[in-house]
Design a protein around this ligand. Sequence first.
Ligand SMILES: C[S@@+](CC[C@H](N)C(=O)[O-])C[C@H]1O[C@@H](n2cnc3c(N)ncnc32)[C@H](O)[C@@H]1O
Length: 151
Amino acid sequence: MQNLQFTPIGVVRSRYTDTAAIPKGPGAKHDAEGTIELRPELEEGLADIEGFSHLFVIWVFDRAGGSELTAYPPSDDRPHGVFATRSPQRPNPIGLTVVELLGRTGPTLRVRGIDMLDGTPVLDIKPYLSGVPPETLRRGWLDDAERRMAR
Ligand SMILES: C[S@@+](CC[C@H](N)C(=O)[O-])C[C@H]1O[C@@H](n2cnc3c(N)ncnc32)[C@H](O)[C@@H]1O
């Protein structure tokens, strides 16, 4: 398969400079505010984004350091296949975060829900839309882990 190369569209500005400071594990809440600073020449691409309450942010775990096919998520005491988790240590170190859009100033978006380190490269932004009815969603090993870890 061919290798692919992407150029970041921008960077995350976050209060987090150390992964230890980012909430993780059972019940972790992501309500940190921050900004996504797009390259100024891409500003035109943000036209009409203000109408969306939430966005998908696709980004790079640029400080992940290697990948493992088995992951040990902080929300469980059992291992899982990396593709059944959100582990940073994955074959392609791509992160996906849903953020709430609070506002925009030129090429800069102010958002809530940051779980990225300061300086994280951003590959893409898309409006968050979900057509999946909640009653059809299955949460895999997470439901079981939450029950066990709460005991
Ligand atoms: C469990 S991952 C989930 C990220 C994203 N919401 C996802 O699902 O792809 C979040 C963790 O990634 C780590 N992290 C955040 N930014 C990073 C970066 N730029 N490089 C490497 N690790 C990072 C932090 O430890 C953070 O707690």
